[in-house]
Design a protein around this ligand. Structure first.
Ligand code: ACO
Length: 321
């Protein structure tokens, strides 16, 4: 595992000076206290490269032994080359094939699901999965509805075969394109509808969302997806050490945990210090739990996420280190 967040901290009190908001509102309604933000012309891929280097070092695998690099990102520095190709160059993983995937905040779960298939078939031995996001670059800093929510960061994992009964046990990914209009970040096309929603935005190529619709969707889909991966593996919620959810809003996390029937102390959160880092939220939280020595061999973990698309998914993992 590896992770990297920018040095610069943007606190709720900093935001009070930028938009009509308050530390109290943000903390109470979202659970966020501060977030990490890249400097103005700092590249996003730099975070992914650092997280990837840490993961490669941690795994003991040589960069040239990596067969494939999968990067999940909704905020690439370039449309081409892909962020995965940039990470290949910067890490020296010279023999790896490389591609990016876009599944918004569910990207890490999509990434490890793909990696699992290649490892299980024996087609590849080692796969680097990186989630690298610079949400501050697609944020409208004049919109208090969205600018308080997001942060930047990257998380990475080297995926390879482990002993039977350990590792990624079951995964589930899904999507519903009919709800795609609930969260959009335009890129090369700006229809009337997207312009209208961003009437007061200085930069129209930024994130807009129907917050309450996403909220209602998230509180239902998180327990559903978690229960599915547990049931597929015959594991009970009581057997879990932690659930590591996508960190979008503490009220979504608390409500989903309650519906799932899991104790609050088994819900691993980093939202207070990092906000929503899109697909990097889950691997950054996992790296955090690992670095804090909260994980031991045999622990069952569930990752669960949802995001633009709409997409959602979950994975059950048995920690093998
Ligand atoms: N500070 C102060 N007041 C605010 C702020 C703010 N930052 N933001 C909104 N408000 C106000 C609103 O204007 C509104 O005022 P009004 O009643 O006078 O109209 C009031 O607070 C309530 O607004 P709501 O939108 O109803 O607030 P809600 O409790 O729904 O919280 C939030 C909004 C935080 C966005 C919530 O809906 C949410 O978390 N939704 C899910 C978002 C999400 O998970 N997105 C994932 C996308 S990530 C991805 O895929 C890239």
């Amino acid at each position: 595992m590896g992770s990297c967040v920018p040095k610069k901290i943007l606190t709720n009190s900093d935001l009070e000076k930028m938009v009509d908001t308050s530390d109290e509102w943000i903390l109470k309604r979202t659970g966020i206290s501060e977030r990490r933000i890249l400097e103005e012309n700092e590249p996003i891929h730099k975070l992914g490269v650092e997280a990837a280097r840490q993961a490669i070092n941690d795994s003991g695998v040589k960069p040239e032994e990596i067969d494939l690099i999968i990067v999940s990102t909704s905020t690439p520095d370039y449309l081409v080359p892909s962020t995965s190709c940039i990470i290949q160059k910067e890490t020296g993983a010279v023999k790896a094939a490389a591609f990016d995937l876009t599944a918004a905040c569910t990207g890490f779960i999509y990434g490890i699901t793909i990696a699992k298939q290649f490892i299980e078939t024996g087609f590849y031995k080692y796969i680097l999965v990186v989630s690298s996001e610079g949400m501050s670059k697609v944020t409208e800093w004049k919109d208090r509805n969205t600018c308080v929510l997001f942060g930047d960061g990257a998380g990475a994992a080297v995926v390879g075969a482990v002993e039977d009964g350990y590792g990624i046990i079951s995964t589930y990914i899904d999507a519903d394109g009919t709800q795609g209009n609930n969260i959009t970040i335009p890129c090369l096309y700006l229809p009337e509808e997207d312009i209208a929603r961003r009437a007061n935005y200085e930069n129209k190529m930024t994130l807009w969302q129907e917050g309450q619709e996403v909220f209602k969707f998230a509180v239902k889909i998180m327990p559903f997806a978690s229960e599915k991966v547990l049931k597929d593996a015959g594991i009970k919620v009581e057997d879990l050490k932690y659930i590591i959810p996508h960190q979008a809003n503490i009220r979504i996390i608390d409500s989903a945990a309650k519906r799932l029937g899991i104790e609050p102390e088994k819900v691993y959160t980093t939202i207070r210090k990092y906000g929503n880092i899109s697909s990097a939220s889950i691997p950054v939280a996992l790296a955090d739990a690992y670095q804090e020595k909260c994980l031991k061999k045999g622990d069952y973990l569930v990752f669960v996420g949802f995001g633009a698309g709409l997409t959602w998914g979950a994975a059950l993992l048995r920690w093998s280190k």
